[in-house]
Design a protein around this ligand. Structure first.
Ligand code: NZQ
Ligand code: ZN
Length: 395
């Protein structure tokens, strides 16, 4: 195991009926609040009204940025940062999924960053100050509620880039599983595929001696496998939603990635799919991951893939390569059973025109060609995209 720092100070308020604690949390930072939310799900399910009631009784002055897009855009960040500067905002309250929280982080930093805010993103690391951020999570997926990362899109340049800010870590996050009851089946499955992918990206890494991280990741993967079908069949099953929500935070708060210095392959490839075609992040990951696993299956990688098949999917096959293939098939079948379309044409990507350019960008904007579990060159990425065009069998 390598040296690492784990300093994740987000004050997690997990469970139902805790919004009464919101005033106390916000008052640590001031009364002028920027409320950030998405396309209206929080109005339809009543959460907006509950939050406004708390803010009104607490005499907050509330300003709003709404309409944050899934795959949030730099223009929305600019709009929010301008409002924060103009209205002297004390604290940002993000109510939504990863897109709303990511956009809020970029606004929090963008309020202080000078010049073109897209440069803040393309620099990939923001060391400057940021407004304090409090979140109310409504979708279990990204882990943004408990980490320092944000992913912002620029449709003009066809780029979707992740960047980190040392001051982006939410000060507090309200994790009420009942707020995810209204997430539809498609987004529930996509969010869960994202959680699963975060665990796998950390798990398939070359750092030796990481039994703690890998064991936690295997346990979290088993919890996701068990609880997604329950949440899909019974959207208001509290324990299923609660397990998915907590898994989302723990999958990407640094716990399972501690000491691991590798590069994430499927995320680098997926960000290009979303940048060029604006598809749902978790769906892109679900389509890519089994193809990526098959592509990197070789003598060196097979032991870890076989361990994954055994520990995560309970596969008893003793021939390592066959066990590894059975594990890949299980994952692919599982995503499919969750209702995720498993080829690119099914999400509207019907030709290969952009694959070369996307692969070049994926390699240029990440370290997948050097630090990945199995390094990927541009031609590897192209052939993984190509494999996603038709249904696949792995055994
Ligand atoms: O916009 P509204 O109306 O709120 O609807 C949203 C949106 O349409 C809806 N939704 C959210 N909560 C709901 C709900 N619908 C009904 N009931 C609720 N309770 O779900 C749709 C998707 O929301 P979004 O926030 O886009 O989903 P997610 O949480 O999956 O976030 C995806 C974004 O996060 C980035 C992704 O790339 C993508 O841009 N990521 C952020 C990461 C991070 N900060 O650490 C890491 C991830 O790997 C990921 O890249
Ligand atoms: Zn992700």
């Amino acid at each position: 195991m390598e040296n690492f720092r784990f300093h994740v100070t987000t004050d997690i308020r997990f469970g139902k009926n805790r919004l009464g604690e919101l005033p106390e949390v916000l008052n640590q930072f001031g009364k002028r609040v920027l409320l950030v939310y998405g396309g209206g799900s929080i109005k339809r399910n009543g959460l907006y009204a509950q939050i406004m009631a708390q803010l009104e009784s607490n005499d907050n002055q509330v300003f709003e940025v709404n309409g944050v897009e899934p795959n949030p855009r730099i223009e929305t960040v600019e709009r929010g940062a301008a409002l924060c500067r103009k209205e002297n905002i004390d604290v940002i309250l993000a109510v939504g999924g990863g897109s709303v929280i990511d956009c809020s982080k970029a606004i929090a930093g963008g309020t202080f960053a000078s010049g073109d805010l897209w440069e803040m993103v393309t620099n990939r690391a923001y060391a400057g100050p940021a407004l304090p951020l409090v979140t109310v999570l409504t979708l279990a997926a990204t882990g943004s509620e408990m980490n320092r990362g944000a992913v912002i899109s620029n449709l003009k340049t066809k780029q979707k880039l992740g960047f980190g800010g040392q001051n982006f870590l939410p000060k507090a996050s309200f994790l009420d599983p009942t707020n995810t009851y209204t997430v539809n089946a498609y987004q529930t499955a996509a969010g869960s595929a994202d959680i699963f992918s975060h665990l796998m990206e950390n798990y398939f890494d070359n750092t030796p001696g990481t039994d703690v991280e890998d064991g936690i990741a295997e346990g979290l993967m088993r919890a996701v496998i068990k609880n997604v079908p329950v949440a899909l069949a019974t959207p208001d099953d509290y324990d299923a939603r609660a397990n998915l929500m907590w898994a989302s935070s723990l999958a990407l708060n640094g716990l399972t990635g501690a000491s691991k210095a590798g590069a994430w392959s499927c995320h680098a490839m997926e960000h290009e799919l979303s940048a060029f075609y604006d598809i749902t992040h978790g769906v892109g990951l679900a389509i890519l991951t089994p193809r990526w696993m098959e592509h990197i299956l070789n003598e060196r990688t097979v032991p870890k893939l076989a361990r994954y098949a055994k520990e995560v999917w309970g596969i008893r096959e003793t021939v390592p390569e066959l066990a590894a293939r059975m594990g890949i098939q299980k994952l692919s079948d599982y995503f499919s059973e969750c209702g995720i379309p498993m080829t690119l044409p099914e999400v509207g990507i019907t030709d290969e025109t952009n694959f070369q350019k996307m692969a070049e960008q994926a390699v240029a904007s990440s370290k997948i060609s050097t630090l990945a579990f199995e390094p990927l060159a541009v031609e590897d990425v192209v052939s993984i995209y190509q494999a996603c065009m038709t249904p696949s069998k792995y055994v």
